[in-house]
Design a protein around this ligand. Structure first.
Ligand code: SF4
Length: 416
């Protein structure tokens, strides 16, 4: 830690003491518990989410920042990766999703193995250590296609980490192949799958899921698939999608459930809060009277801070999603409990399809600048959060963004 950082930390401790003294007794009691390494309860988490008083809210942010620095010092991580969405065809009808298309839609897409490997190679050549692969649940797709994707990439790029297939896709692939979750996940792991995204979690509450996803993948199934993945040696991320028809109670209960799973399996690498993007989402356009336009700024801040506080000592990586929030907000959240900026993505279509303006690509150099401008130190990690390079006094190599190739625009789908 350099002198500048040490000064920042000591100023931060003074501020924290000052702010805690100004906050209400009930909130400072909860925050002091977490600062003393004591787990806070689900109800206490709800109280933090519901805090309105300005001094209380400031104390929550500063506590989260303090806990984050305790664990991660002045480092903020990112991974060089590429998102590959191999199909947008999906008939599951989740109400919040505007990514899914019907087979007959003009903008429906299907990437064959050749194209998936081509994009993976392109990512590798541009410094990626990971490809993140997810797709819709295409009704004509064989369950074996999940195996074929992993085998095809690994045969060309044995050192590429494949972070792929949400619990919904694992559920789909298992039922298509008539395999148990355990056999299906074990096979994928043997073939070279490295980890899975913990997406499709939305809010782990039956009543909310009925409204969002018709409860096709229930909370119980999501939990079972995640625990099974962890049990066969596949780590996963964890997510929460918030700001629609949910409440502070739902958020706290969701985070508590993730914490319980983590105590049992230790398989989560990070939590990625995903704010609901309402524009063009059927959930919003069909129910404007009851569905919110995503979380407020304060709710976004609190989601990252309270997650840090509730998960302290259990899941110590809190990632901000720059495709959802943009780089300016992502940078602000580095002072509210966030220690990871996620991946460079190289092209990202799911958030864009639902109306987010930011998803596509951010280069390692640009991520690095965002971190450095917040007086923190950028560090490149791998998918499992092992630090690979710290950019103390140098910058990542500047790579130009992806461009159109041979008449095929890899980003053309994003403009639809
Ligand atoms: S969220 Fe996933 S499973 Fe649901 S409709 Fe969209 S692509 Fe299909």
């Amino acid at each position: 830690m350099n002198e500048l950082t040490q000064n920042i930390f000591s100023d931060q401790n003074k501020n924290l003491n000052f702010v805690l003294k100004k906050s209400s007794t009930s909130i400072s009691k909860i925050l002091l518990k977490s600062l003393n390494g004591i787990e806070i309860s689900e109800d206490e988490g709800t109280s933090l989410f519901k805090a309105k008083n300005k001094d209380d809210v400031n104390a929550i942010y500063l506590t989260a920042k303090h806990l984050c620095r305790l664990v991660n010092k002045d480092k903020v991580t990112f991974v060089v990766n590429r998102n590959i969405n191999f199909t947008n065809v999906c008939h599951m009808g989740c109400k919040f999703c505007n990514f899914a298309k019907r087979m007959k839609d003009k903008t429906s897409e299907w990437l064959d193995l050749h194209e998936i490997v081509y994009r993976s190679q392109e990512a590798w050549d541009r410094g990626a250590s990971e490809v993140c692969i997810q797709g819709g649940l295409h009704p004509k797709m064989d369950g074996e296609y999940y195996f074929d994707i992993v085998k095809a990439i690994k045969s060309k790029l044995p050192d590429m980490h494949i972070h792929a297939f949400s619990p919904f896709e694992i559920w789909y692939g298992s039922s298509k192949t008539r395999m148990s979750y355990k056999s299906f996940l074990s096979e994928l792991r043997k073939m070279g799958l490295g980890s899975i995204p913990g997406t499709a979690a939305e809010i782990l509450d039956t009543e909310i899921r009925k409204k969002l996803t018709k409860n096709k993948l229930s909370t119980e199934k999501w939990v079972e698939i995640i625990k099974t993945a962890h049990s066969v040696g596949l780590k996963s991320s964890a997510t929460i999608m918030y700001g629609h028809i949910d409440s502070a109670e739902n958020w706290s209960s969701h985070i508590s459930l993730l914490r319980e799973i983590q105590k049992e399996t230790g398989g989560f690498t990070e939590l990625v809060p995903l704010s609901f993007v309402y524009e063009d989402s059927p959930l919003y356009t069909q129910n404007q009277d009851i569905v919110r336009k995503g979380p407020t700024e304060e709710e976004v801040n609190k989601m990252h801070s309270v997650s840090r506080i509730m998960l302290h000592g259990f899941i110590d990586n809190i990632q901000v999603s720059w495709p959802k929030l943009g780089s300016k907000r992502a940078q602000e959240l580095l002072n509210m409990g966030v220690n990871d900026l996620g991946g460079t993505l190289m092209n990202e279509s799911i958030s864009r399809a639902a109306g987010a303006k930011n998803g596509q690509e951010i280069t390692a150099r640009e991520i690095s600048d965002i971190i450095r401008d917040a007086n923190l130190t950028p560090a490149r990690r791998n998918t499992l959060y092992e630090i690979k390079e710290v950019f103390e006094n140098h910058n990542p190599i500047d790579i130009p963004p992806l461009v159109e190739r041979n008449g095929f625009d890899p980003l053309s789908f994003l403009n639809t």
